[in-house]
Design a protein around this ligand. Structure first.
Ligand code: CP
Ligand code: NVA
Length: 310
């Protein structure tokens, strides 16, 4: 099965991915040689530090061989179609993981692939990031149910996956964004339809009042660079700084998927301060992917399929 967004898995499976990742990290569960002798294609249309490295290391530690490919190198829809590239990669690899501009590119991959496809970030979702975010919260607090996140900033791909992840794990989320940059209505409906406790506001101070976690992401996502100046104006007052953190409960921690822009969505003092857990969060990306791969291949094995290397 493929994983393009959090709600592609059932809630209990998301919980299992989180718990298994924590067990893998602590060493209480051994890392299986699940991908021994298998290739995993990692196809990137956009830059990455964390996602590429954590995914490569996860595949390596599961015994597999990660193959990093740039979008321009394979020429998606220029040299050949997305569908043709996908079929060819699936002939060599047990899994295709991709970071794309358009979410529809991933859907086209899924429609033709006979191996699982994993979303490593698209314009609409970043579910592997959110697995690591929930792992970080559970590690820190010991639980998830009933916790509250104040997400301050752009209602973007990360915010969408985070809202779905919260709905699946019993975490309340309030998204504070300027007018025009709120979560898409389709996402809000999806979250509420699965019983998520989601609040929307334009007031960051209201959002953080009862929060356990303050979360932010860049104001300008990859692919939106031309809007940078306009967004800086629109998002003024939506950065997490010492004043905003001071308005949250004393126990609240700060998360950021990174990369960070100090002085924009987060101040240097908050990012480097004792309540920031961003480096643990980034490190958790590797166990998140290991645990996810185990979950997805579990499925393949149960369906009588073994990863094919062509
Ligand atoms: N958080 C995250 O996905 O980082 P990269 O863009 O560096 O992979
Ligand atoms: N919203 C950001 C996340 C980066 C990890 C982007 O899409 O660029």
């Amino acid at each position: 099965m493929s994983f393009l967004e959090i709600d592609d898995l059932r809630p209990e499976r998301v919980q299992r991915v989180i718990d298994r990742a924590i067990a893998l990290k602590s060493g209480s569960v051994a890392v299986p040689r699940l991908l021994a002798g298998q290739g995993v294609a990692l196809l990137f249309e956009k830059p990455s530090a964390r996602t590429r490295t954590s995914t490569e290391m996860a595949v390596f530690s599961l015994g597999g061989h990660p193959i990093y490919l740039r979008g321009e190198e394979v020429g998606l829809d220029t040299r050949e179609t997305v569908e043709d590239v996908t079929r060819v990669l699936a002939g060599y690899c047990a899994l295709i993981a991709a970071r794309t501009f358009a979410h529809s590119t991933l859907e086209r991959m899924v429609s033709i692939s006979n191996v699982p496809v994993v979303n490593l970030l698209s314009d609409m979702a970043h579910p592997c990031q959110v697995l690591a975010d929930l792992i970080t919260m559970k590690q820190h607090f010991g639980d998830l149910e009933g916790r509250r996140i104040a997400y301050i900033g752009d209602g973007n791909n990360v915010a969408a996956s985070l809202a779905l992840g919260c709905a699946y794990t019993g975490v309340e989320i309030v998204v504070a964004s300027p007018d025009g940059y709120q979560l898409q209505e389709e996402v809000v409906d999806r979250v509420r339809n699965i019983g998520g406790n989601l609040g929307l506001t334009t007031e960051p101070y209201e959002a953080v009042r009862d929060a356990d976690v303050l979360y932010t992401d860049v104001w300008t996502s990859m692919g939106q660079e031309e809007e940078t100046a306009v967004r800086r104006v629109a998002f003024a007052g939506f950065g997490i700084d010492d004043d905003l953190l001071g308005a949250a409960p004393d126990h609240a921690i700060v998360l950021h998927c990174l990369p960070a822009h100090r002085g924009e969505e987060i101040s240097a003092s908050v990012l480097e301060g004792p309540r920031s857990k961003v480096w643990e969060q980034a490190a958790n990306r590797m166990d998140a992917f290991r645990s996810l791969a185990i979950e997805l291949f579990d499925d393949e094995f149960r369906n009588g399929k073994v990863p094919s290397n062509g």
